[in-house]
Design a protein around this ligand. Sequence first.
Ligand SMILES: [Zn+2]
Ligand SMILES: [Zn+2]
Length: 172
Amino acid sequence: MIFISKLVLYFLLWTLWSYTIHVIAHIPHKKNVLNKIHLAHHRYHYEESMWPPWHDFFFWFGGWKETLDVWITFTIPIIVLIFFDPLYGVILLIFHYFYEIFLSRNVLDHNPNIKSKITNLIPIGVFHMKHHKYYQCNYSFYITLWDYLFRTNDKKMMERRRQRKLQKKKTV
Ligand SMILES: [Zn+2]
Ligand SMILES: [Zn+2]
């Protein structure tokens, strides 16, 4: 029981970290290095093939920006965890490695054909594609919890935009 609870706790902390880094990475500022790095992800075009390029297996994602983006957002916190609690760190690392190589590309995260209710829980398919469309919503990875908790999911963002428009109309 303790094993499962600790694993869930570390998983939540890890996803909170990646969510936070992703939110910061979307703050446009000339001194925001994370922003410059992360924009490479938004420029990336996935080919038809679902098989990853060979360099992904070595955790090199085609350029230093793309690579640093993944390392800062996901890999480094796991390496830190391995020093403190190796068993859980290694479990997360194995999960992260396989997800990043085989699933994160156009299989799950960037697959617009995944539209079912599962996207309310796991930020894949249309949920993540809306992040690519609007930039200011749906920052979560692996679990949508943080977007709902911090009200950054696409529905809340649309609501805020609508209210802002209404307020503008009132002041004119
Ligand atoms: Zn992004
Ligand atoms: Zn993406």
